[in-house]
Design a protein around this ligand. Structure first.
Ligand SMILES: [Zn+2]
Length: 253
């Protein structure tokens, strides 16, 4: 260990039973977080996936209509591998997602319908790390997730949603952003690591479409997983930045 070694990560709490993961694109959960999802569903927790777009602008050689069909199916297959049986697609346009009221309203609606204790999203900081710029949809979605989750708890915000028995939901304890460079928490994914690899491999058309020469899903996930695992004192791990929603709570909760 040198002075440059990143600080240790704290284990995330596991005393919850329901989470929703809201991300911009099919494949966002699979680039690192899926093994954590497999661990939690293996503990009997319920996790729902919500894709803000269908990733239809993600494959250069494929027209968006066809691409949407392929990528939605890949995500459904990928989710099933890690124990997630419900995948919703909100239908926002891939590549040009805007932070704003329509997105916040859609997210508030998701939270009110599913009533999760934890909401996950992807990293929405400007970068993933030095030299690795984040992407516009990720940033817009993450910001809107933080706000939409709080909107869900206020009956006077998006009140038109509160019909047919749908109620406000203020029970979300925290938003967890997977893969954030500011992560101070992590989860041991050693036991479910292979499920995470399999889950990423389900995105066959997408990965082939990227045209990355010699790209190996396992190798990439092992590299990231080991870095985080070292900070947790285990073989493999997944990092999350915690945004506590309890007033006066700290992000260490
Ligand atoms: Zn993405």
């Amino acid at each position: 260990m040198t002075d440059m070694a990143p600080p240790p990560l704290k284990p995330l709490p596991e005393d919850w039973s329901k989470a929703v993961a809201i991300v911009a694109h099919p494949d966002d959960m699979e680039f690192g977080a899926a093994a954590a999802v497999a661990r939690w569903t293996g503990q009997g927790k319920s996790i729902v996936y919500v894709m803000v777009t269908s990733g239809e602008a993600g494959i250069d050689g494929l027209e968006p209509d066809e691409c949407k069909r392929v990528r939605e199916q890949e995500e459904i297959d990928s989710a099933r591998i890690v124990g997630v049986d419900t995948v919703e697609f909100l239908g926002f346009p891939d590549g040009v997602v805007e932070y704003g009221l329509p997105l916040r309203a859609a997210i508030a609606d998701v939270v009110r319908r599913h009533q999760p204790e934890i909401v996950m999203t992807g990293n929405f900081r400007d970068r993933f790390g030095p030299g690795a710029l984040n992407q516009a949809d990720h940033i817009a979605v993450g910001r809107a997730v933080l706000d939409g989750v709080r909107d869900a708890g206020n009956r006077w915000v998006f009140p038109e949603q509160l019909t047919d028995g749908l109620e406000k939901w203020g029970g979300v304890r925290a938003v967890w952003a997977a893969g954030s460079p500011e992560a101070r928490h992590g989860v041991d994914t050693t036991e479910t690591f292979d499920k995470g690899v399999e889950s990423l491999q389900a995105h066959r058309a997408y990965i082939d479409g990227l045209g990355w020469e010699d790209f190996d899903e396992r190798e990439m996930l092992e590299g990231f997983g080991r870095m985080t695992g070292t900070r947790l004192g285990v073989a493999f791990g997944a990092p999350f930045e915690v945004y506590s929603l309890t007033w006066g709570g700290t992000d260490d909760d």
